[in-house]
Design a protein around this ligand. Sequence first.
Ligand code: SF4
Length: 228
Amino acid sequence: MDFVGIDKFSLLDFEDKVACVLFCKPCNFRCPFCHNGTTVLEADTTIPFVDILEYLKSRKGLIDAVVVSGGEPTLMPDLKEKIIALKELGFLIKLDTNGTNPETIKDLYESHLIDYVAMDIKNSFIKYPLTTGTKNVNIERIKQSIDYLMNSGIDYEFRTTLVDEFHEEEDIIKMGQLLKGAKKLYLQKFVERESCIQKGLHEVSEEKANKYKDILSKDIKYVSLRGY
Ligand code: SF4
């Protein structure tokens, strides 16, 4: 399965690293606030993987890392083979995931193929169906991914895009309980774009985001706002 998008040069997607970001198409969620709604999840053209490898070879020394993003990369049947090829070129690998495939995260880490994982925590578990636009979310698998990231030794972050229509103080308190002891959580500012799945959603104000940060900081070692 080929990637459907590439950001050839990003300073925003992997902390302190110059990265190339690859986007895959499949996703098992339809988060209403997703920025990749039209550009990725409905893309009908792909980029041959050999072309991506050629580009990356030509940028060795200029790019530190490759971010494998989506969509949901763990749904790509040949993800591991692709990451092996990227690793062979000497790049660090960051995996962006919604956490629905804990076995894949574990396999990639234990095969020494990923260096960093950014996992979305969409909301309190009770609000997952609403926040992911998906009726049947297997919360057990999300919990397994959270537990694995927190206990495996892998370098990771959790991240939540705050949307005023979906996040209330009660959800934030529940999120603190489920992530108790976690290393790092970023609260990301939602920005409305033409490519969002649902139109008319709103960002959480900076004041409210700071309040949420304070609540979560009681349970999580490092909480920071991103994009505010
Ligand atoms: S934001 Fe949601 S719908 Fe969009 S790629 Fe991530 S998990 Fe899939």
